[in-house]
Design a protein around this ligand. Structure first.
Ligand code: BG6
Ligand code: MG
Length: 210
């Protein structure tokens, strides 16, 4: 499957870098302040989805209703705590094999895009020193529809000048796998086959592909 693709589109959080744990910690402290427990199992539902949609799911789990202004304050507080974590990110937190695999693809003339829901993506890539490895960056500042909507991957394949079936998406989130398939791309899930239904192939990490 990977032999025939012309483009590779990478999710960021949980695929290139282990920021998924910081998203979880920041949402968990918000849940604690609101008085309910937020588990790692619950957190699977937040992976890959936008900040606003994540809050909607979190409040649903806690059975909490909040108005527009309160919701805005909550997402801002979560992002402040998250930024506090990621401002200390360094290249040692790039997931095993990710940088090497990006370099291997470049040497093979495969075009590379980022396809992330995060509005912090450009900052994270620069902290990790890998911005230059991407031909295109499509992130939460450029798309309006959250995964599982295919918008981010359609925009990423277009930015590479390719058709979606010519591209392979790498995703750690169930919503992201669905988005990649809905876009018409091939999808490699990174993580557990129990969570990543529908992926064409599931691997434990990008180091498996080197
Ligand atoms: C995705 C993460 O990559 O980005 C989600 O998997 C996160 O957990 C989303 O909510 C939005 O990120 P940010 O950085 O804009 O809050
Ligand atoms: Mg992810």
């Amino acid at each position: 499957m990977l032999e025939t693709v012309k483009g590779a589109i990478f999710d960021l959080d949980g695929v290139i870098v282990d920021t998924a744990k910081y998203h979880y910690l920041a949402w968990r402290s918000l849940a604690e302040r609101l008085g309910f427990e937020f588990t790692e199992v619950d957190n699977e539902r937040l992976k890959g989805v936008s900040r606003a949609e994540s809050l909607r799911i979190l409040l649903e789990i806690g059975g909490i209703e909040a108005g527009e202004t309160e919701r805005m304050e909550m997402t801002e507080a979560k992002n402040r705590e998250y930024l506090n974590y990621i401002s200390k990110l360094d290249p040692s937190e790039i997931l095993p094999g990710a940088k090497e695999y990006l370099q291997t693809l470049r040497e093979a003339d495969i075009k590379i895009a980022l396809g992330s829901a995060s509005k912090n993506a450009a900052f994270i890539l620069s902290r990790l020193g890998i911005t230059k490895l991407f031909d295109a960056v499509i992130d939460g500042t450029k798309v309006s529809k959250a995964k599982p909507d295919p918008e981010v991957f359609l925009a990423a394949s277009a930015a590479l000048g390719l058709e979606p079936p010519e591209c392979v998406v790498f995703e750690d989130a169930a919503a992201g796998v669905q988005a990649g398939k809905a876009a018409g791309c091939k999808v490699v899930g990174i993580g557990s086959p129990d969570v990543l239904h529908g992926a064409d192939r599931v691997i434990a990490g990008l180091d498996e592909l080197i």
